[in-house]
Design a protein around this ligand. Structure first.
Ligand code: GUN
Length: 296
């Protein structure tokens, strides 16, 4: 079998188009412009690239973008004061503090200072609790993007066996909650799981989010399964730096029914879902109907 390729780049473009249409309607009918504030502390090059991409796409869908670039020496007090101002600003519907923060800043303290209603990353402890108990939450962007692609490919996920490899707070755990919410039977596997290949082989849906290049090989995959590869790993191959996922694409795509490539799979969906979350936060803040198909 040769797997259907799930094109995350194309799917992300359709999500952004839906967001843009909704934003236009909000402006025309309600005089409201969704706004996203992104806070970057320090000069980490990868973070600068992400923040630039977020700002550009925010503007492209018609939203207001507020960028706050702070020096690496910013004190916790000053950062918390900025978050307080953004929490109180009615033009700001979403707040994202780019991680990782410099080591002198306490990330948990900073993230939990964000108004949960504006927490478009879904990292605030209130949103984690709401998602974990099946209530309406702001949902972390990467798992939300994975869920959208799975729903688009399968329709209903009810009753399917899903194995999530990786137990991070950003991807693994919220992904498991979302799959459970869609009535999958969910296993969270990790580095200590006994017989990881055998565990993965029982899955109709595999979500790989471990950060180990090409760890999941085709012989781990049940024929016809859907494979979502969250990994973004830079490796040297034939003297060049290349991007690979946590899944060995060549062998897995020969067995799977559907698979996301790296690059061009999950990656583009993350920022698209950040925009979707900002729109959702704006609608909720104004007591307006939420956009269909863009939330969990
Ligand atoms: N750094 C890398 N990915 C992310 C993300 O999704 N959100 C935030 N806030 N920081 C990140």
């Amino acid at each position: 079998m040769t797997a259907t390729v799930i094109d995350g780049k194309a799917f992300a473009a359709t999500v952004r188009a839906k967001v843009a249409t909704h934003v236009e309607r909000l402006k025309a009918e309600h005089g409201v412009t969704p706004g996203l504030a992104v806070v970057l502390v320090g000069e980490d090059p990868a973070s600068q690239v992400y923040v630039r991409a977020k700002g550009k796409q925010t503007v492209e869908v018609g939203m207001a973008s507020f960028e706050h670039k702070l020096s690496p020496e910013t004190s916790e007090k000053d950062l918390l004061a900025l978050i307080d101002r953004l929490n109180a600003d009615p033009k700001v519907h979403g707040i994202l503090v780019q991680l990782p923060l410099p080591s002198h800043l306490n990330s948990d303290l900073v993230i939990n200072r964000i108004d949960p209603a504006k927490d478009v990353d879904g990292f605030h402890i209130s949103n984690v609790g709401l998602l974990g108990t099946g209530q309406k939450a702001m949902v972390p962007c990467t798992p939300l993007g994975c869920l959208m692609m799975l729903r688009d490919h399968h329709g209903s996920l009810s009753g399917m066996n899903a194995v999530v490899i990786g137990r991070s707070n950003i991807v693994g755990k919220p992904m498991a909650s979302l799959l459970l919410g869609d009535s999958c039977t969910v296993t969270i596997a990790h580095s200590r799981t006994r017989d990881l290949p055998g565990t993965v082989r029982r899955a109709d849906i595999v979500v790989a989010a471990v950060g180990r290049p090409e760890m999941v090989t085709g012989d781990w995959i049940k024929p016809g399964a859907t494979v979502i590869d969250v990994g973004i790993n830079r490796i040297e191959r034939d003297g060049k730096t290349v991007l690979v996922g946590d899944v060995d694409y060549a062998s897995a795509s020969a067995v799977a029914g559907a698979i996301t490539p790296v690059p061009g799979g999950v990656g583009p969906m993350t920022i698209a879902c950040l925009l979707a979350n900002t729109l959702t936060a704006c609608c909720r803040a104004n007591g307006l109907a939420e956009p269909e198909g863009l939330t969990a």
